[in-house]
Design a binder for this molecule. Structure first.
Ligand code: GLN
Length: 205
């Protein structure tokens, strides 16, 4: 199993460490020729989506990756990576891959709640009843899931970005795509990555 990690900016090393622990081979995507390396899955890490989007375009990786994701390559986007996948950003005129049918609001938690921890059950994880620790850092908020039954929530917390109580979806699955508003690579719990590696064995084409 060979997993590519977008490595132009952000928290890509943490993902590589977990993948290494789980016995997956990693390769970093830094330039367009890396896209020809052959890989079974793709991780889009946290960081700054605007910077990552700009660099992918400048480095001529954007169109190739978009085609691969649209063609069924398993992908896991975390935080900024989720923003790169989202079909619509409610507070930003940009969109990037736009392959995941959700609307997302960037930096939704304001300054005070910029970073916080929580936990949630995540559908599809090994030992599903054991909550998964969630770390949020200037996280996006998933305000809507579109696309019929193909896209569905797999994790939620009980607090909305404004601090009120409510169902706040923080994880989404749509066929070959997995999107998290939090950072599973920062918690020491590798079950999200395990679930992703299982997805990478499937053919979504
Ligand atoms: N605030 C970042 C963005 O909008 C995402 C933060 C993160 O990845 N930790 O791209």
């Amino acid at each position: 199993m060979r997993i590519a990690v977008l490595a132009v900016q952000g928290a890509f090393l943490e993902h590589e460490h977990i993948l290494g622990r789980l016995g997956a081979e990693c390769m970093e995507l830094r330039k367009s020729s890396d896209l020809r390396g052959g890989f079974d899955g793709l991780i889009l890490p946290g960081g700054e989506s605007t910077v990552q989007g700009k660099l992918m375009r400048e480095l001529h990786m954007f169109e190739g990756l978009k085609e691969m994701i649209a063609g069924g390559l398993p992908v896991m986007g975390t935080c900024a990576g989720l923003i790169l996948l989202a079909g619509r950003l409610s507070n930003d005129p940009n969109t990037y891959f736009g392959t995941l049918p959700i609307t997302v609001r960037r930096n939704a938690y304001g300054r005070q709640l910029g970073s916080f921890s929580a936990s949630a059950h995540i559908q599809g994880l090994a030992d599903e009843t054991r909550p998964f620790p969630l770390e949020f850092i200037r996280a996006p908020y998933i305000s809507e899931i579109h696309g019929g039954r193909q896209a569905f929530p797999i994790a939620a917390i009980g607090r909305m970005p404004d601090g009120s109580q409510g169902e706040n979806i923080v994880g989404v699955r749509c066929r070959n795509q997995l999107g998290f508003a939090f950072h599973p690579e920062l918690t020491g719990d590798d079950r999200c990555h395990k679930m992703f590696l299982e997805m990478c064995k499937h053919n979504f084409r």
